[in-house]
Each structure stands twice: as structure tokens, then as C-alpha cells.
Design a protein. Structure first.
Length: 741
């Protein structure tokens, strides 16, 4: 039978979950009546949701043929009907077709990787799936996979060769350094010879094209970290090794994807519907809800190890400093988990088990024991008993420091990665930790404070209000309005401040939601100068979590619906939705090449405006135009900032360069050209001495020391060094100095 006529095998899947009817009914009720837009659940929404569903199913266009998509097209305007009847046929048909297609692709990938590739043909691989059409035949799909695999082989072999070159260069430099100098004599060269200048240790940076990491492909990157000693000596052997590694990695990936979880298909369809209303309304199955709680609270109960998939097993990616495994000292990154046994139970082999299931087995209440059978990178196996404990994900919490130029006044610096919180006893909150740090800084009489919320995607609204209240006397912080036009003003009702000195809020395009509430309120009150690299993300909506088992009265966990219920507005009545908060002082943007922000998201809710809320402005002593002028003069002379525009252009060109040559010589030239351009434009933040002196402050809860044999924790040292060399933070220190003039 010709390749174009190959038919996919029939997939056997478990029957529909009986919880689907309850879930569907809850979705219709909540989305139709409680969502901010109150859009009807009708054929129009079905059509939008169907297109989104196909993207979720196979956005990479590496599995489904056109005829597969056509077979599902009869459901285009029926999703609303399925939700009302509680029979989600599209979800199960889509999963059935997808699992069958995975079986076909699994076979062709194994066949392709079994033989050497031909890298002499002049052809290309398109890394952006949006620029290619859906394949119509098996032969066309096979060719697409062949090009993809050739591209991946070139990339990985190139990385191996770059590591070999770097090692050779380092060895040559070391050998040159050991040669004793010949006092008073000049080195004579053979006739016609030229002196050699030993290359810099470490060789050129290995800049690779990572755009090919499709969102639906969980391919492990372990093969890219091949130990130096195991890199083969010949190009042919290196290519064979990479093909074998890819074959093993893909085989494991296909096994996992061929056995989706009981709720995977339903979750994909429901999230296609929710994201068609707005980008922030999502269905969270029970496992995802648990992860959401961890992100919001910054803590969980378990062994303190981060995991990743590696071929057919799960590997330890890193240990959480201060966690049970970190203190124990017997587990390490790279260890493979072979089996898991809870206290008093038989061990369970976790080969080919989905990572979420392995995580669920390892997590457990504080004080209980879990037994892991692990294999070290050396091949040695051992059994490790770990007593579960509360894990504090310290990187989730606020950090504070005193920062200063040598011989100059000290300023306060607070880095806040998220607006975390919770209601449990002793639960840390963002507002509480920041208030604690502000109190320390006030006691030390700092000349001003930088609140760094770059990359802070938001969190608890209450903490944003309380944190703003720590810096203003009293008054409105943010306004919210629901789908019925009901308006509410959320106030800081506590008089006084935790700190009344000069304040800078440092933002970037990734500062969102609660971050924007704080920045906007302090800007509207003229309480702080907002410094940043451009408008913030522009997420001006409020979400709430609906526990679906409570909504439906179910006795089983149905997960949660994170649903957009309100839009928030600044004190001045303007919404930050889509537009974000524009800084008073603009600095060069290292991420200017990235297309991001609410305005770039599909189905983002439009911006709007309401009346302003009355408030008393802070009596600012600075003049913003003068701050802007002085900052611009400094930025123009700053070496790192001077390179930023050139780097942005290089990164934009790299982003748009999605057609990669597969002929080996052309690929090497393309890669070298990209690498040279990147190196020429990239500022080196580590070059030269640190510009700031940084002394960390305790945010309230110090990390526990490691137990005997545990690993030292150098996170704070690394963090201090990064802050000391951060030109954006340094410019904030300069601006604080200007504000005092």
C-alpha cells in the first residue's frame, strides 16, 4: 500500500468519565452568567472554540492530516449543544483520532531515525508551524518529519562539536600558560611561519536556534548535555549517537502521549471554550489546581525535588534549597526515579508513567515517608527513604537588600516575584513580607526604596491593595466593575504608612495584573516614580476560582474554573486592560524583540473607562521631566544600554528567520552568522567590577541550614551578584539620587 494511502489504526480509549455531565452543566451556567462578557453559549462561540480546539490538539501540524481535521469539522457549531447535553463527543473523537495518528507518526519517526540522513541536498526546514499548511498525505507528513529530524540532528551534533572545540581551546590555552617564559630571548619562528594567538578559554558561545520547541512536544533535552568523554570522535559516529538518542526520546514521548489521562480530552475541549472568551478564563483539572495553589502560596508538602521527563523515566531536575531532599543530601539532579513506594505499601514501577502521576505519588503530608528507588548517572542504584516536609519555594517570596554606590548613601531594594498569599496559619503573604522589609529600611534611614516587580505576573488582589496602602496614607487603590455594571472602589482604610520616603517602582512588559494595580495607583497618587522598559503587560481583569464540586454538589473533585468576573480600573478611571501602565522614565528594553502583552493575545477583552475616584495626591518633591532628562543623558553613556538597540535588532532578525537550511555547509554558515551577530551585539553583564554594593535583608523567615551531608545554599550570593551588576537597578539608584535634589 503506498504511503499516501496508509490508514491510521483504530485507537482504543477508556469510556467517557461520568463527571463530564456535571462539568458541562457547571460550565454553561458559570460562563453564560458569571463571566464578565456574559456571551451566549451558542453556535458563534462554538465556531471560535472549534478553531482553538484544533490548535490545542495539533498546533504544530505534525500529526493530523487534512482529512482528520475534516472528519472533526462536523462538530464546528455543535460544541454548545454538547455542553448542554453533557456528552462531549468531540473531545473523545478528537482524542481517538489523535492517538491513532500518534501511532502512525511513531512508526515513521522510528524508520527515519534508523538510517543516516543526507545533508547534501539544498532544502530547508520551516520552524514556524503557522507558515506551513496542514499536510494532505502521509508522504507529505513524512517529509515534514524528516526535515524536522534532520534539523534536530544538525543542532545536536553542532552542540557536541562546539563543546569539543571549547575543550580543545581550553586545553591549548592551559598548555600555553604552563610553558615557562624564556628570559631575554626572542622566540624564533621557522621560515614562513606565523605566530599563533591562543583562543580565549571556553571558545565561542554556543548560540542555538530553540524556536523549534513546539508547545505540544515535551521532548527531553537530556541528550543535549552529553558528557564530554562520551562524544564520539567522528562526524558519522556523532550523527549516529544523536539519532539513537532522539529515537529513544521520541519513543518515550509517543508512549506517554498514546495514553492520555482520563480528563485530558475533556480539559482540552473545555479550555478551548474558555480561552475563546478571554485568555485568562481556564478550566483547572484537579492536578492542575494543586499546582496553581503551590504557585499562589509558595509552599507545598513533599520531598522538595523538581522533576522532569527523561525518555521513559522521570528524572530529578533540581532540589528545592531547604527542602527535605536538599537537607538529606542523598538525591541529586540527574538521578532517575525507578519506583515509588508510600509508607507501608509496595513499590510501584514508574517506567513510562506520566510525570503528573509520579508527582502525585511522591507528594504527601508532612511527616510521612516515601521510598524512592533511584539510579545514579553512573548506573548505581539505591533506595532512599525521605520524610516529607513543608517545602518553601523561597524564590517565590520577596527579597530585600541595601544597595549603594561605594561611598554614597544606601537605598532599599525589594524584589517581589509574585503577589503570593493564603489563609493558613503562619502563611506568608507578599504584603506582609514587603511591609516587614519596608520597616527594616525605614529603621536604617535609607535614602529611598526601589520596588522591583519586573516579571511579576500578579496574584492576590488583596495583597496589592494592602501593599499600596503601606505607601499611601489612605484612599482608593483600584476600582472594579462587573458584568452588570456594578462598580466598587477598593480602598486602603488604614491611615499612615510603613515607609514615607522616596519610592521607585521598576516594571517591564511582563509586569501584570496585581503588579499593574500597585504601579498604577502609586503613579496616580504621584507617590512613586514608575521606571521601566515600556508599558506593562496590560492585564486589567479580575479572576476568581469556582470550586466545581461545590457548584454542582458533587462528592468527587471536579477541579476548578478560573473565571474572569470583573475589570479593574485605575484611580483615575482608566483601565490598564491592553494598554498597561506607561513608565514615567523609560529605559532600554532587553525584551523588545518579543511580541507580548495583553494586546497581542487572542480574544483579549477590550479596554474601557469609568469616572475617576476622588483621592488626595502625595506631595511629591521631584519634577518628572527633569528626572527623564537626567536619566536619558546617563543611559546614552551606559555601555550595556548602548548595545541594547543593536541586540534587539539581532534578536528580531533571529526570531523572524524561521526558514533554516538543511544542507550541512549552509546550515553551519547560517549558524555561525547568527552566533557572530549575537556575540557582537550582546552586552556582557559580568564584565568589569560590580557597580553596586549589596547587603541582603531578612524578609522574615530565614532558610533552615542543611543537615549533615546536605548541600550548601549559594542562592543569595548569586542573587546579590546579579543585583550588583544590574544596570536597570543601578539607574534606579541614580534616579533616587536625582529625586532628592
Amino acid at each position: 500500500m503506498p504511503a499516501s494511502a496508509t490508514t491510521a489504526p483504530v485507537a482504543t480509549l477508556p469510556p467517557p468519565d461520568p463527571r463530564e455531565a456535571m462539568l458541562s452543566a457547571a460550565m454553561v451556567e458559570l460562563l453564560g452568567h458569571e463571566h464578565l462578557l456574559r456571551k451566549p453559549i451558542d453556535d458563534e462561540l462554538s465556531r471560535t472554540s472549534f478553531a482553538t480546539y484544533l490548535d490545542r490538539l495539533d498546533g504544530s501540524k505534525l500529526y493530523l492530516l487534512k482529512r482528520d481535521r475534516d472528519a472533526l469539522a462536523r462538530y464546528t457549531d455543535k460544541i454548545d449543544d454538547e455542553l448542554r447535553t453533557g456528552s462531549l463527543e468531540l473531545a473523545h473523537q478528537g482524542e481517538k483520532i489523535m492517538v491513532a495518528r500518534i501511532a502512525v507518526v511513531e512508526k515513521l519517526v522510528a524508520e527515519l531515525l534508523a538510517q543516516p540522513f543526507n545533508f547534501s541536498d539544498e532544502e530547508w526546514y520551516e520552524t514556524d508551524p503557522k507558515k506551513v499548511d496542514v499536510a494532505t498525505t502521509e508522504a507529505e507528513l513524512r517529509d515534514r518529519w524528516r526535515r524536522r529530524l534532520e534539523f534536530q540532528v544538525l543542532e545536536r551534533v553542532g552542540q557536541m562539536e562546539a563543546r569539543l572545540k571549547a575543550a580543545e581551546d581550553a586545553k591549548a590555552k592551559a598548555a600555553t600558560a604552563k610553558k615557562p617564559a624564556r628570559s631575554g630571548k626572542k622566540l624564533k619562528l621557522a621560515k614562513g611561519a606565523k605566530p599563533e594567538i591562543p583562543p580565549v578559554a571556553g571558545g565561542p558561545k554556543d548560540v542555538t536556534n530553540e524556536r523549534d520547541a513546539d508547545s505540544d512536544d515535551d521532548e527531553d533535552d537530556s541528550a543535549r548535555a552529553t558528557p564530554l568523554a562520551s562524544i564520539p570522535a567522528t562526524p558519522e559516529a556523532r550523527e549516529a549517537k544523536v539519532r539513537a538518542e532522539l529515537a529513544k526520546s521520541y519513543a518515550a514521548q509517543f508512549v506517554r502521549r498514546s495514553h492520555p489521562g482520563a480528563f485530558t480530552a475533556v480539559s482540552d475541549l473545555l479550555n478551548a471554550v474558555t480561552s475563546s472568551l478571554d485568555p485568562h478564563t481556564n478550566y483547572l483539572p484537579p492536578a492542575e489546581r494543586a499546582n496553581f495553589d503551590i504557585r499562589m502560596s509558595g509552599s507545598l508538602e513533599g520531598i522538595g525535588a523538581l522533576l522532569r521527563e527523561q525518555d521513559d523515566l522521570v528524572a530529578i531536575s533540581s532540589l528545592v534549597p531547604g527542602g527535605a531532599s536538599w537537607r538529606d543530601g542523598r538525591l541529586a539532579p540527574g538521578d532517575l526515579i525507578l519506583s515509588v513506594a508510600s509508607e507501608g505499601k509496595d513499590p510501584v514501577d514508574v517506567t513510562d508513567m506520566p510525570i503528573d502521576d509520579v508527582v502525585k505519588m511522591i507528594r504527601g503530608p508532612k511527616g510521612t515517608v516515601v521510598r524512592l528507588r533511584v539510579q545514579k548517572p553512573t548506573g548505581e542504584q539505591s533506595t532512599v527513604d525521605i520524610t516529607r516536609d513543608v517545602i518553601v519555594v523561597e524564590e517565590s517570596y520577596a527579597r530585600g537588600a541595601l544597595i549603594q554606590h561605594k561611598g554614597q548613601p544606601a537605598y532599599g531594594y525589594i524584589y517581589l516575584p509574585s503577589f503570593y498569599g493564603g489563609k493558613g496559619p503562619g502563611q506568608r503573604t507578599a504584603a506582609g513580607d514587603v511591609a516587614h522589609l519596608l520597616g527594616e529600611m525605614k529603621a536604617k534611614k535609607v535614602g529611598g526604596v526601589v520596588l522591583d516587580i519586573r516579571g511579576n505576573g500578579g496574584g492576590f488582589l488583596g495583597d496589592a491593595i494592602e501593599m499600596t496602602g503601606a505607601l499611601i496614607d489612605h484612599g482608593p487603590v483600584v476600582q472594579v466593575q462587573d458584568n452588570r455594571g456594578r462598580r466598587e472602589i477598593l480602598n486602603d482604610d488604614h491611615g499612615g504608612t510603613e515607609y514615607d520616603g522616596q519610592v521607585i517602582v521598576l516594571v517591564d512588559r511582563f509586569s501584570a495584573s496585581a503588579s499593574e494595580i500597585v504601579a498604577a495607583a502609586l503613579q496616580d497618587y504621584h507617590r512613586a516614580v514608575i521606571v521601566g522598559t515600556g508599558p506593562t503587560h496590560g492585564k486589567g481583569t479580575v479572576q476568581t476560582l469556582a470550586e466545581l464540586d461545590r457548584v454542582t454538589g458533587s462528592k468527587v473533585d471536579l477541579g476548578s474554573l478560573k473565571i474572569t468576573i470583573q475589570q479593574f480600573f485605575r484611580v483615575n478611571g482608566v483601565s490598564t486592560q491592553r494598554e498597561g501602565v506607561t513608565p514615567d522614565v523609560l529605559l532600554p528594553d532587553p525584551a523588545a524583540h518579543i511580541e507580548t502583552g495583553e494586546r497581542t493575545l487572542e480574544h483579549a477583552i477590550p479596554a474601557s473607562q469609568i469616572t475617576a475616584a476622588e483621592h488626595d495626591d502625595w506631595k511629591a518633591t521631584w519634577k518628572t521631566p527633569a528626572l527623564v532628562q537626567r536619566s536619558a543623558a546617563r543611559v546614552a553613556k551606559q555601555p550595556v544600554f548602548a548595545k541594547m538597540a543593536a541586540l534587539t535588532e539581532v534578536l528580531k532578525a533571529s526570531r523572524d528567520d524561521t526558514r533554516i537550511p538543511l544542507q550541512r555547509t549552509a546550515w553551519e554558515a547560517h549558524r555561525s552568522q547568527q552566533r557572530a551577530a549575537f556575540e557582537a551585539a550582546s552586552p556582557d553583564l559580568k564584565a568589569g567590577p560590580a557597580q553596586l554594593i549589596v547587603k541582603t535583608l531578612d524578609a522574615g523567615v530565614p532558610l533552615p541550614p542543611p543537615a549533615a551531608g546536605g548541600r550548601p545554599d549559594d542562592r543569595l550570593k548569586i542573587w546579590r551578584d546579579n543585583v550588583a551588576r544590574d544596570p536597570w537597578v543601578e539607574e534606579c539608584v541614580n534616579i533616587l539620587g536625582d529625586m532628592a535634589k
